[in-house]
Design a protein around this ligand. Structure first.
Ligand code: SF4
Length: 427
């Protein structure tokens, strides 16, 4: 950096303090971009740091929204105009392009380099992998560069994500490509559902945001249960697979005490017991698929069963009208194996989106709609029969009211028997 450049830098004493802690600081990252001498975006990052310092001094945010978009799209760009642009002209427009990540977030280094090249040419060089919605956040773009930046990213095969009252960008965990706990094809479910409703993403027309998220197992690596309006979380319904040689090897490696303390005793439903010969018994009817034992003992000892699919939960969200909500267990087990199964998932998603578009109030998430109209009305609208397996919390609170439980349970088992072709009347 030349002396000239150093002199023109905004002083940032308050921001500097944020670099003093033990953790990596975003301020260091911004300064690195600012100090990249000769880079076209360096003045922009200098002014950005100046405005941020000014904001800290005044305890006021100086960004305001506006309307910026690309041809044919109604969303996907978050406009940011500075109210103190006269003082910090290089960063007076600092828009963000929300770009959908690939399902499972699989990139190769070539693609990442190309993205960096695009953003160093048209933007600030600042990219966040990934925002809260799962988008790749290309931050810091002038109004005139938004269209060419989008065109370049589009040329690479990427598309804008959602913003505003629309279907939002989706996320799926790394999934079966790398994880032995995966219970369905997350990448396929993600793309089939989102591709079906891309119009809803690019042309905001819903009452409010709507998010799909796909996790391959109960570890829920994309936090679907509390961040998605429609969460698809992998599970299985037969017995978990136990390799007793793997269990013995695990116990031999960590010792019996550790195995008992950190696996057997930690099972929330006491479904595990370790025999004297270091083999493991699993009470599969009691197991609630919390994933703890599988995580700790590893795939050589324990694996999900063969009858795999997903649980569908609806209504998870952060605070808004009625506070944070976890998703409600709508379909305890949704088989996801054949083409037809995946089509059924898309059909269910469509019914849900249509219900949301028709019935939600403005600025209301679907969890709040359910809270307002009640779960029975929602189930009726979705043509889903109440099921005793719809639980708020495993083994404790069933959504079917306790005094109705016996009736509902009987109806449920009759229905299941009918589906299985059994003659219940003969029993
Ligand atoms: Fe227990 Fe969870 Fe393992 Fe099931 S998955 S046996 S509930 S620790």
């Amino acid at each position: 950096m030349s002396q000239e450049e150093a002199k023109s830098q905004h002083p940032t004493p308050m921001l500097d303090q944020l670099e003093s802690g033990p953790w990596p600081s975003f301020v260091t990252g911004l300064k690195r971009l600012r100090d990249n001498a000769g880079a076209a975006y360096a003045p922009m990052m200098n002014d950005l740091l100046g405005q941020l310092e000014h904001s800290y001094e005044e305890r006021t945010g100086y960004w305001k929204g506006g309307t910026v978009s690309v041809v044919g799209y109604g969303g996907g760009v978050i406009p940011r105009f500075s109210e103190v642009g006269a003082k910090y002209p290089a960063s007076k427009e600092f828009h963000t392009l929300r770009v959908q990540p690939p399902a499972g977030m699989h990139y190769d280094t070539d693609v990442l380099r190309q993205m960096c090249d695009v953003w160093e040419k048209y933007g600030s060089g600042l990219i966040a992998f990934h925002g809260q919605s799962g988008d790749i956040m290309f931050q810091g773009c002038s109004s005139e560069n938004v269209q060419p930046a989008f065109d370049a990213l589009n040329e690479m095969g990427f598309d804008l994500g959602g913003a505003g009252p629309a279907l939002r960008t989706s996320m799926s965990c790394v999934g079966h490509a790398r994880c032995e706990l995966s219970c369905y094809d997350e990448v396929r479910a993600h793309r089939e559902v989102i591709n079906e409703f891309l119009d809803e993403m690019h042309r905001p027309a819903l009452p409010y945001k709507f998010k799909f998220k796909f996790s391959g197992c109960g570890n829920d690596c994309v936090n679907a249960i509390h961040r998605a309006d429609f969460a698809v979380i992998g599970t299985w319904r037969d017995d978990m697979k136990v390799n007793q040689d793997g269990v013995k090897a695990y116990v031999a490696r960590v010792g019996r005490k550790y195995a008992i303390d950190s696996v057997i005793a930690m099972c929330p439903t006491r479904a595990l017991s370790l025999n004297d010969d270091d083999t493991l018994d699993v009470d599969n009817k009691s197991c609630v698929r919390c994933m703890h034992c599988l995580n700790v003992m590893g795939g050589k000892a324990l694996q999900p069963g063969d009858d795999r699919g997903a649980t569908i939960l609806v209504g998870g969200k952060r605070a808004l009208k009625v506070g944070d909500l976890m998703g409600i267990n709508l379909i305890p087990f949704f088989k996801l194996v054949t083409d037809e199964d995946y089509q059924n998932l898309v059909d269910l998603a469509r019914r849900m989106m249509e219900f949301f578009a028709d019935n939600a109030l403005e600025h209301e998430r679907i969890g709040e709609t359910i809270d307002r109209i009640g779960l029975p009305a929602f189930l009726e609208a979705m043509e889903i029969e109440p099921d005793p397996n719809m639980v708020n919390h495993p083994r404790t609170s069933c959504y079917v009211r306790t005094d109705d439980f016996t009736d509902e349970a009987e109806k449920y088992f009759e229905r299941k028997a009918r589906e299985a072709g059994l003659d219940v009347a003969a029993d």
